[in-house]
Design a protein around this ligand. Structure first.
Ligand SMILES: *[C@@H]1O[C@H](CO)[C@@H](O)[C@H](O)[C@H]1NC(C)=O
Ligand SMILES: *[C@@H]1O[C@H](CO)[C@@H](O)[C@H](O)[C@H]1NC(C)=O
Ligand SMILES: *[C@@H]1O[C@H](CO)[C@@H](O)[C@H](O)[C@H]1NC(C)=O
Ligand SMILES: *[C@@H]1O[C@H](CO)[C@@H](O)[C@H](O)[C@H]1NC(C)=O
Ligand SMILES: [Zn+2]
Length: 310
């Protein structure tokens, strides 16, 4: 049997690959306040150099484990609107199904992490989820239209599915990256980040190197002035964890129409994207990873120390 490109991203597909998630976690580590570090290391029972990175993609394997399937929908939210590039919007709670989505999951696990009456292992689990989901929520292509994973393989490219699912986290847009067939979603998850740091199978050490480079952009570079607008500090009337997460989802989703799918999906389908498209995607990916790291650190600091630290 010949494997079609469609089969590539499905099993164990992640939003942001290992590199993206680890880098978000490692950027975050460098902005944790002292008490936060102590609490996080103690819950994770890990005080190694990469304590948060070590659990950054745990949630992706958990959802495939027996009993973990209920968390599948927690990794994304689907806007129920027309296909990009004309329409990109996420409306919460309307777009969140009763079984939950990334926005409700972030709110739920925030509450559980803060609940001192909960068993320690449940709080540790909540922390592992937050480390992952606050990374996922910055990935533009995971915040688009209806997921094609629920569609039988044979129907995936019919007209109806096409309209419903073409955003589809860009899973249904076939592209080539350096000559290799893949899809747009997987390219944003993995191929683009990997190429940025020139690796094919990233190691934690490489994630650490990238995180350090991104931290210097945050400390002295172009992002410095934006940090206040990236974090959510729950200090305005009407703020809630759900509202913060919903704002983060909207922010990422806008990038789908602004860049990721800024021409019709048909036009993008079948194109080679490791050239000009890649060049334009680089600053977006770097900024999204930086945002994820800053938001995660700010969030955990808020939980454990009552202030974001930014
Ligand atoms: C919150 O998380 C717990 C533990 O994973 C889960 O059992 C519960 O259904 C979640 N609640 C909501 C509203 O998502
Ligand atoms: C988000 O990613 C998951 C896999 O990580 C995928 O199953 C889902 O279809 C994606 N959804 C969107 C809207 O990107
Ligand atoms: C990327 O890595 C390859 C092999 O390790 C090396 O030949 C190449 O020069 C590197 N490119 C850049 C831009 O660093
Ligand atoms: C996308 O491109 C693939 C490969 O060229 C083709 O088989 C498929 O029909 C295209 N899909 C759409 C909806 O244009
Ligand atoms: Zn995920």
């Amino acid at each position: 049997m010949r494997l079609t490109p469609f089969l590539l991203p499905l099993p164990g597909v992640v939003s942001w690959g290992l590199l993206g998630h680890q880098t978000v976690a490692l950027v975050a580590q460098s902005y944790l306040l002292q008490k936060t570090v102590i609490e996080v290391q103690s819950l994770l029972e890990d005080s190694s150099l990469t304590y948060m990175a070590n659990v950054a993609i745990w949630a992706d394997s958990y959802r495939n484990e027996p009993g973990g399937g209920f968390t599948f929908g927690y990794h994304f939210v689907n806007g129920q609107d027309g296909p990009p590039p004309d329409s990109c919007k996420i409306e919460y709670p309307k777009d969140c199904p009763p079984e939950g989505c990334i926005v409700s999951a972030i709110a739920n696990y925030t509450e559980r992490l803060m609940d001192k009456k909960l068993e320690r292992e449940s709080r540790a689990e909540a922390l592992r989820f937050l480390i992952h989901f606050i990374g996922d929520i910055t990935q533009p292509c995971n915040l688009s239209l209806a997921p094609i994973v629920h569609t039988p393989m044979s129907q995936r490219l019919t007209k109806k599915v096409h309209t419903e699912a073409f955003g589809a986290g860009a899973n249904s847009i076939l592209v080539y990256f350096a000559g290799k067939p893949t899809n747009l979603h997987a390219a944003w998850d993995t191929s683009i980040p990997n190429k940025i740091i020139n690796t094919t199978s990233p190691t934690t050490l490489e994630s650490l190197g990238w995180a350090n480079a991104i931290s210097s952009l945050i400390n002295v570079g172009p992002y410095k002035r934006q940090l206040g607008s990236w974090v959510c500090s729950l200090d305005t009337e009407g703020d809630s964890p759900e509202k913060c997460a919903a704002d983060w989802a909207v922010d990422s989703n806008e990038l789908v129409c602004e860049y990721a799918i800024d021409v019709s999906p048909e036009e993008l389908n079948g194109t080679e994207i490791s050239g000009e498209y890649y060049d334009g995607a680089v600053p977006i990916v770097v900024e999204q990873i930086a945002k994820g790291g800053v938001r995660l650190a700010g969030w955990l600091n808020l939980i454990f120390e009552g202030k974001t630290g930014f």
